[in-house]
Design a protein around this ligand. Structure first.
Ligand code: ZN
Length: 131
């Protein structure tokens, strides 16, 4: 039962939730109260699919402490299928396999544990999409 409770909590935290404009249909991520395209304030929550393509990346070689288990790592700018761009870490790929324009999909990964109570930290990352 522990497992399903944790899963429910974490899946609600790590959806890619943006906003969709009801006037022009523009999708913004992260969510905005005001549409970035037409300035309308009539927006609603919108869940993005978590798929996109690689726009650019850099290898991060001195990582902040919470990433100490997996440095160096590629930090990428990804253009989501719905249009917005997102910055996220790439995973399951070696540096020489990374290609600009490659298709990516979001995965949620454990990034660390905090303290003696075993609080597990998750974050979203992107990996090459298998077609
Ligand atoms: Zn709009």
């Amino acid at each position: 039962m522990q497992v399903s409770r944790h899963w429910r909590e974490f899946s609600s935290h790590y959806k890619l939730e943006g906003t969709k404009c009801n006037e022009c249909g523009e999708i913004d991520f992260p969510p905005r109260d005001v549409c970035s395209n037409c300035g309308s304030t009539v927006t609603e929550k919108y869940e993005l699919k978590g798929e996109g393509k690689l726009v650019s990346y850099t290898m991060v070689r001195s990582a902040p402490p919470q990433h100490e288990y997996d440095k160096p790592y590629p930090l990428a700018i990804i253009e989501l299928e719905e249009g917005p761009q997102i910055t996220a870490q790439l995973t399951d790929v070696s540096e020489d396999e990374i290609e600009i324009g490659m298709k990516l999909e979001m995965v949620v990964r454990k990034v660390g544990e905090q303290g003696d109570d075993g609080l597990i930290l998750y974050a979203y990352k992107f990996r090459p999409k298998i077609e």
